[in-house]
Design a protein around this ligand. Structure first.
Ligand code: NAD
Length: 462
């Protein structure tokens, strides 16, 4: 009998399901099935492949509420967020369905003949995804991989596999050939490692921690496997004194506490110009008070629990450790209210003023903890924003358009927003700089990560 993992609802601690812990054998079988279906999938007329992806998108739309409820039960995220994320999955599939027959090669002016390029599929893609946005991040890999003629094997996070499993079933129901989209549940160290090392897997699309990403990259070198890495972050939101300070403060909780802070794009460092620090904090107190925590199935709730008890201990550790062993606890300015009883609750917490040297201001906490750090001028803001090995996202709050452009060019991060905390759109590329990873997901840019350019020269010299 196969061993199973017990899947828990983090808001109630109730058991949701038992899911198989697959091993190397099951992973190899999935890769073999994926490899076997490639000739059929790649021979399909582009318009037919696009039609299948549209049908798949429609299946997701038809099951939006079911998938959203499943995601909320498994991850503990508010149902309003789950509905948006599942809606995005359908949008991703429609977007890449539209790209199937528009991903064109080029003809290149050369001497002595005709030169042309083709975008060739890579083959079997392994997708390794984290637990914080399980179905959304899986779809960011499924859409471009299938559109460019690959087959894909998804390894979901151990604790949140339910929506990926359902997604694969919906793909089959939509008519995708068997083997084109599969899910193998199990441990990262077993199934994940096997996908990374398997000689018949051409590419690994990994989203997760920088630590595991480093290992994936090293192991992938054995087969010169293509890798894209979407890793951690410690992003900054920079609030200047010429901004709409009230608007920046009102938006700040959404930039850090959304998904209970379990977001690679969380603006967990909020840099505020000293001249408006007090004004900002007063508005922020009101915004945090309105950030309701509770039953994630309630559409009015803004934040659910953390994903596991173990993760809650990690988050708590950042605050408990405080300013360091000698210096005492960090100055907690505001903290919210959480439900009593079962569930892995953690109140939204604002630490102000925070010192950029503290561990909680340097490392990815992945929980609802905001460090408010004062700065004096633009040069200091740039220095602080870039004083991190990460480079994923960030925000700039100012009414000065020249400053917004100077800052947008100076901050080393892959996704920046001005007067907004929005990082992710289906149509625009998403990915990191520095140790937040490389490669781009979403937008038309993602197609390049799932295909190789083949150059063909035809002599016309007779
Ligand atoms: P994680 O790195 O622990 O796990 C991610 C996935 O990798 C899981 O499926 C896991 O089973 C698998 N894995 C673990 N060890 C492996 C190994 N040795 N070989 C292959 N696969 C292995 O990350 P997590 O805790 O699931 O997710 C949180 C992290 O993900 C955070 O650091 C967060 O910033 C990051 N993240 C990044 C993005 C982005 O787009 N940049 C998006 C979401 C999350």
């Amino acid at each position: 009998m196969t061993d199973t993992t017990t899947i828990i609802n983090p808001a109630t601690e109730a058991v949701l399901a038992e899911v198989p812990i697959c091993g190397t054998e099951e992973t190899d079988a999935a890769v073999a099935r994926a490899k076997a279906v490639l000739p059929v999938w790649q021979a399909m007329a582009p318009a037919d492949r696009a039609r299948l992806l549209r049908r798949f998108a429609a299946q997701v739309e038809d099951h939006l509420e079911e998938l959203a409820q499943l995601e909320t039960a498994n991850v503990g995220k508010p149902i309003s967020e789950s509905r948006d994320e599942v809606g995005m999955v359908a949008e991703v599939l429609y977007f890449y369905a539209g790209a199937v027959d528009k991903h064109r090669g080029a003809t290149v002016p050369v001497a002595g003949g005709v030169d042309m390029t083709f975008h060739e599929p890579l083959g079997v893609v392994g997708a390794i995804v984290p637990w914080n946005f399980p179905i959304a991040i899986a779809s960011w890999k499924v859409g471009p991989a299938l559109a460019t003629g690959n087959a894909i094997v998804i390894k979901p996070a151990e604790i949140t596999p339910l929506t990926a499993l359902r997604l694969a079933q919906l793909g089959l129901d939509a008519g995708l050939p068997d083997g084109v989209l599969q899910v193998v549940t199990g441990k990262g160290s077993v199934v994940g490692t096997r996908l990374v090392e398997h000689p018949d897997v051409a590419k690994v699309a990994f989203t997760g921690s920088t630590e595991v990403g480093r290992e994936v990259m090293a192991r992938a070198s054995g087969t010169i496997k293509r890798v894209t890495l979407e890793l951690g972050g410690k992003s900054a939101s920079v609030v200047f004194d010429d901004s709409d300070v009230a608007a920046a403060a009102a938006a700040a909780p959404g930039g850090v506490f959304a998904n209970a802070g379990q977001d690679c794009c969380a603006r967990s460092r909020v840099l505020v110009q000293r001249s408006v620090l007090e004004e900002f904090l007063e508005h922020l107190d009101d915004a945090v008070a309105a950030w309701t925590v509770g039953d994630p199935t309630d559409p009015a709730i803004k934040m659910g629990p953390l994903v596991t008890a173990a993760h809650r201990s990690v988050v708590t550790g950042f605050l408990a450790e405080g300013m360091g062993p000698e210096a005492g606890p960090v100055p907690v300015r505001t903290t919210g209210v959480v439900p009593a009883g079962p569930g892995f609750w953690f109140a939204p917490t604002v630490v102000a003023p925070a010192d950029p040297a503290w561990r909680m201001a340097r490392e990815e906490i992945f929980g609802p903890v905001m460090a408010v750090i004062p700065f004096d001028d633009e040069a200091e803001a740039v220095r602080l924003a870039n004083d991190t090995p990460y480079g994923l996202s960030g925000s700039i709050w100012t009414r000065d358009s020249a400053r917004s452009l100077r800052m947008a060019r100076a901050v080393q991060a892959g996704n920046l927003s001005v007067n907004s905390n929005s990082s992710v759109r289906v149509q625009t590329s998403f990915g990191g700089m520095k140790q937040s990873g490389f490669g781009r997901e979403l937008g038309l840019e993602a197609l390049a990560s799932y295909s190789d350019v083949k150059n063909v020269f035809i002599s016309t010299l007779g």
